[in-house]
Structures are given as structure tokens and as C-alpha cells.
Design a protein around this ligand. Structure first.
Ligand code: ATP
Ligand code: MG
Length: 403
């Protein structure tokens, strides 16, 4: 049987009454971007559903792409018929035959969006169900726990028959909550934080600090690969790569050893904040989790956070490491994150960083250095690349020539 349509249900966003148009339009745009390579599909949006007309494009590949688009609650392959009872019965029978129904139980769940349709839902269930029973032997009805639930939606222009719901990724369409800068290291946590933020509708631009020659090309490649993985959930991601060597060396020379970590974080935050402003974003996302390391105690966060009043979103703040690792495996970033390449922070980690750094102390230490001009230098030396979902990253030279 040739499936002609995919029916998409929105889930949580269909409860957002006032902003619904905005959400639905953005979802359509995101779906269009993600399915760009399938040139023949047509997307039709309605108030509470979207339909993709396949026009012979391969549904398996499209389903795979759809399952990582946020804002979709569920979707189903569908057969479309005219809203005419004989055509509906025919279509329903054809659909159920496809499933090898012998020995199974089924029910029909009909819904009328078109109240002018001459049969009500119960009558539809009965008509369709008995037509199926007459034509297929060894199939029984079970209204409570059927093996097959054949859903029939009678709408004004057409009727859609679906029989299997595929779970969508949930959340809100990327971009509908605004834009934020994601501080992306090569570790396990920050890609997960980015994923969760995108799930809640944020568009992200990634910021990575690197310190050549202390960090290698391979560790930069790791971050590019992580950002590429995150494009599974969006069309493309901008990655800002900030040269950080100079600042880290100044910190090593001028700040007492047990406060270097605190200062490093404060500078990263200030630079990220300037990049945020330049790129019209309203928040910063990081992968911090309370108590995980010295820089993530409440006292540390209080002292580091002093440098900005920009909202900082910390999706992992209350999660255990094992929970974070679970998500990283699920979104396939884990194996990239555990590649053993050095990160700028791990290289300069002091032997005993302060777990309770004080604001007045760090302000005093930092007052002897002209960090403002170092920050401006880092911001103006930042290079930006755009990583697109539909472009392969296999050609190493190509990527490196972008720097
Ligand atoms: P991660 O897995 O994210 O590296 P971590 O446990 O190693 O987490 P830290 O190194 O303390 O955590 O970093 C805390 C957060 O600071 C990271 O989640 C990330 O958001 C940000 N961060 C750390 N290093 C960098 C970097 N080199 N570039 C950009 N952001 C960074
Ligand atoms: Mg890290």
C-alpha cells in the first residue's frame, strides 16, 4: 500500500491559545527546513494538525527526521480518502489488511471534525468495524485493549485513516522561546544542556573557548562534531570559537592559584555575554550541575555570576551525573564527549580550586589586570562557523579551511 500522507499532532502547543499561530508557523518552517532534501513533499498546516503530502518521497527517511523535531507530539502514516462513507470503509479495510490482522483484536476510533457528516462517531465506528469484520476472518473486536486501533478522522475536505502513532520529540518548536548562547565544552554535560534548552523552544548559538597550542585541533574537531549532533534538532547551528590562550596565561600569572578557576569562569561568562549581545540573544545556557565540581558549588556560582545580570539557564542544575549520561547516550553525544581530548579548563585546573570563592577577594585580585581590553580582544578574534544539518562533516579539510 502506498502511504500518501503523514499526519502530525502538535501536543503541548495546541494548548497555547494566544500564540498558536506563531507556534504552528514556526513548526512548519522548522519541518520544511529539516525536510529540505525531499523536494516533492507538500506541507499543509491546519489549526490543530499538519499534513505532509508525500508525493512518492520515502516515508521511512522522513519519519526518522520528524522524530527529532521539537513541537511534535506524535505523528502517523495516513491514508486519505474522500469524506464519503463507502470510500472510508474501503480505505479502512485496505489499511488494516496491511497489518496482517489475522488472529488479532482491533477497534475503530472515529472522530468527526465535520459535524455535518451524516453519521456520528458511534455510527461510524459500527459501520467501519462491521465492514472490516465481514471481509477479514479471524479478527475480533476488543474495545479496551486492542492490538490495532484504527483511527478515522472525518474532516471537511477529506478523511484520514491512521493506525499507528509514532511518538514525536515533544517540547516546543525551536525558536519559539527566543535565542540563547550555549557554552559548549567538549564534555558530557553541555551538549545535553543544549539539547534540553532546544527542546523547550530555544534557538541556540554555541560558544566554545579554546587555547591553542594547549588544546589541539582534535579537541576543536570534537566540539564541531558535538555541535553537528545538535543540528539533529534544528536546521543549523552557529558555533563561535573564542581564542582564550592569552587570557588563561594572564590569569595564571596574575591571579592566586586557588582563584584561577573562579576568574576563568568569570571571564568566559563576560565574553559569552558580549557575544550574546552582538548576536541578539537574551540568555546564556551552560551545563552546570550543582556540586559537581568546585566551580559549581552555590558559593562559586554566586561569585562567578556577579559579572552579569543576563539570565543563565542551567538545565542540568538538579540532575545527577548518571541521569545526564543517560540523556547523552540517548541523543548520541556521549561517544563524542568521551573522546580523550583536552579542554582548555582541564589543562589549567589548579590543584586545589576554592570551593567557596568570595566576591570581594576575586574583585580585588582582578583589579590589577586590564581584563576589559583582553575581553574585547577575545571577542574580536572570535571566529564563527555555521554547521548545517544536511551537510556532511566527513571532509576534514573543508571544515578546517573554515577557520
Ligand atoms: P561539561 O561536560 O559540560 O564539560 P563539566 O563537568 O566538565 O561539564 P565544567 O568543565 O566545570 O563542567 O564546565 C561547566 C560548564 O562551563 C560547561 O558545562 C560549559 O557550559 C561551560 N564550559 C566549560 N568549558 C568550556 C569551554 N571550553 N567552552 C565553552 N564552555 C565551557
Ligand atoms: Mg568541561
Amino acid at each position: 500500500m502506498q502511504y500518501e500522507h503523514i499526519l502530525i499532532r502538535y501536543g503541548e502547543l495546541s494548548t497555547k491559545k494566544r500564540n498558536r499561530n506563531y507556534f504552528v508557523n514556526r513548526l512548519k518552517k522548522n519541518i520544511k527546513g529539516k525536510l529540505r532534501e525531499f523536494e516533492n513533499i507538500e506541507i499543509e498546516k491546519q489549526r490543530d494538525r499538519m499534513y505532509i503530502k508525500l508525493n512518492d518521497e520515502p516515508y521511512e527517511k522522513i519519519i526518522e527526521k520528524l522524530s527529532s523535531i521539537f513541537g511534535i507530539h506524535s505523528f502517523s502514516l495516513a491514508i486519505k480518502t474522500l469524506s464519503d462513507i463507502e470510500k472510508i470503509k474501503e480505505g479502512a479495510l485496505e489499511a488494516i489488511k496491511e497489518l496482517g490482522p489475522e488472529g488479532k483484536t482491533f477497534k475503530v476510533t472515529a472522530k468527526r471534525a465535520n459535524k455535518q457528516f451524516p453519521l456520528n462517531s458511534n455510527e461510524l465506528n459500527y459501520e467501519i468495524g462491521s465492514h472490516i469484520l465481514r471481509n477479514i476472518q479471524d479478527l475480533t473486536v476488543n474495545v479496551h485493549e486492542p492490538d490495532i486501533n484504527l483511527r478515522v478522522e472525518v474532516r471537511h475536505n477529506a478523511t484520514y485513516i491512521t493506525f499507528k502513532d509514532i511518538s514525536g520529540a515533544g517540547g516546543f518548536p525551536v525558536g519559539t522561546s527566543g535565542k540563547a548562547m550555549l557554552m559548549l565544552s567538549g564534555g558530557i554535560d553541555s551538549p545535553v544542556a543544549g539539547y534540553l534548552a532546544m527542546k523547550r523552544g530555544l534557538e541556540v548559538e554555541a560558544v566554545h573557548f579554546y587555547s591553542p597550542p594547549f588544546t589541539s585541533e582534535r579537541s576543536k574537531q570534537k566540539v564541531i562534531d558535538l555541535a553537528k549532533k545538535l543540528t539533529d534538532y534544528t536546521d543549523s547551528i552557529k558555533l563561535h570559537i573564542v581564542p582564550f590562550t592569552n587570557i588563561q596565561q594572564v590569569i595564571q600569572q596574575k591571579i592566586p592559584d586557588n582563584y584561577t578557576m573562579t576568574s576563568t569562569r568569570r571571564l568566559m561568562l563576560q565574553i559569552t555575554d558580549q557575544l550574546r549581545q552582538k548576536n541578539d540573544a537574551l540568555a546564556i545556557i551552560n551545563g552546570e550541575s550543582l556540586g559537581q565540581v568546585a566551580s559549581q558549588t552555590l558559593e562559586s556560582m554566586y561569585t562567578i555570576n556577579e559579572v552579569t545580570s543576563t539570565p543563565i539557564i542551567r538545565p542540568l542544575i538538579t540532575m545527577d551525573k548518571l541521569e545526564i549520561i543517560d540523556i547523552s547516550k540517548q541523543i548520541d553525544t556521549h561517544d563524542i564527549s568521551i573522546r580523550p581530548y583536552e579542554d582548555c579548563c582541564t589543562i589549567f585546573t589548579p590543584t586545589s580550586p576554592k570551593t567557596k570563592p568570595k566576591r570581594d577577594k576575586i574583585n580585588h585580585f582582578e583589579s590589577f589586570v586590564d581584563f576589559d581590553s583582553l575581553i574585547s580582544e577575545a571577542v574580536s578574534g572570535t571566529e564563527t562557523i555555521v554547521i548545517r544539518n544536511d551537510k556532511e562533516l566527513t571532509n576534514k579539510e573543508n571544515i578546517e579551511s573554515l577557520f
